[in-house]
Design a protein around this ligand. Structure first.
Ligand code: SF4
Length: 324
């Protein structure tokens, strides 16, 4: 059955696969590595249209990345979110002195590379015979084997059961494409699926895997105080774990002075909370501790999170009103 299933899979892939994606038409391990990290939490379209090529243009080799300032790496990552990925890429490039390991066992020792990513890089760049287990593949396996329980260890077992060790590149790419285009989370197209004949979950695919218990994200209420001195504004480079390395404005739970100029409200959804903030302008000569003054021109060269970009937009809008 397995060889037949693989035949069916490869036929489907030859007709429908996304063969022209640039990270599939290269053997450059570094390019494959960058694509795998970018694609971890971001859709193919976004990575392809806005981030993959500019990043590689700025950091053409792993050595260039290792020698770059982490602030430059974060700036190039701006808008892609989940900035830990960028910091880990940079740290990994330094850790391996610009030479990427050539097998999954060593790749997994680098920061930001888990088992599935290590397998993906190694299977795609070096044809190492290993299956991957990303979110798309997990969903297929849950349905194919009619397994509701979310158990990573058991899923790895299923991943190896279905895997074709003779064609790690094609097999894994095809699985990713089926997960992305056929066995989708909400509307699986079983009638078009190369696994349809053998799939144990096809009569009720939405039952697999069991639904996650969703908890409502907490809402964090804050005031953002934009310190202003003439044409300059105060920002700090964050050293906290969340958004570490990115620059931002002063955030406070308290509003120190009710008479501050109100600029507007912002809302920003993060993976684990939602930020709702009122933005105020505070004209002040003294900098808060750890902050630095920047002109709006200089701010555009800093790497900022999305919330702080929204604050900038409000400052610019206010400036326009003022100069009208
Ligand atoms: S037959 Fe349906 S449920 Fe099974 S793998 Fe294909 S798309 Fe998913």
């Amino acid at each position: 059955m397995i060889p037949l299933l693989h035949q069916s899979l490869y036929y489907w892939y030859s007709q429908n696969g996304r063969h022209t994606l640039p990270w599939r038409t290269t053997n450059n391990p570094y390019h494959i590595y960058v694509s795998e990290i970018m694609l971890q939490q971001t859709q193919v379209k976004t990575v392809l249209e806005r981030f993959y090529f500019p990043f590689l243009e700025r950091f053409p080799t792993l050595s260039d990345l290792a020698n770059a300032d982490v602030d430059d790496v974060l700036k190039k990552w701006e808008g892609l979110g989940y900035y830990t990925r960028a910091r880990n890429l940079h740290a990994a490039a330094q850790q391996c002195n610009g030479i990427l390991p050539t097998n999954a066992n060593d790749l997994i020792k680098l920061p930001g590379i888990g088992q599935s990513t290590a397998h993906a890089i190694s299977a795609f760049a070096y044809r190492e015979s290993l299956p991957i287990l990303d979110a798309n593949v997990k969903r297929i396996l849950h349905r194919y084997f009619a397994v509701r329980e979310r158990n990573e260890k058991k899923l790895w077992g299923y991943a190896y059961t279905l895997f074709d060790p003779n064609s790690p590149f094609e097999y894994n790419q095809a699985m990713m494409d089926i997960g992305a285009t056929i066995c989708t989370p909400k509307k699986p197209l079983c009638a078009c699926c190369p696994f349809e004949k053998w799939c144990q979950g096809k009569t009720s695919p939405l039952d697999y895997p069991m639904a996650k218990v969703t908890t409502q994200k907490p809402i964090r209420i804050r005031n953002i105080l934009v310190y202003q001195k003439g044409e300059s504004y105060a920002l700090i480079q964050r050293r906290t774990q969340f958004l570490s390395g990115l620059w931002g404005f002063y955030e406070s739970e308290e509003l120190p002075d009710e008479s501050l100029k109100f600029l507007g409200e912002i809302t920003q959804h993060y993976s684990h909370f939602t930020l709702q903030a009122d933005v105020y302008l505070i004209e002040e000569e003294r900098l808060p501790e750890g902050f630095e003054w920047f002109s709006t021109e200089e701010i555009t060269k800093l790497s900022l999170g999305r919330a702080d970009h929204k604050v900038i937009a409000q400052i610019v809008q206010d400036q326009k009103k003022y100069h009208r």
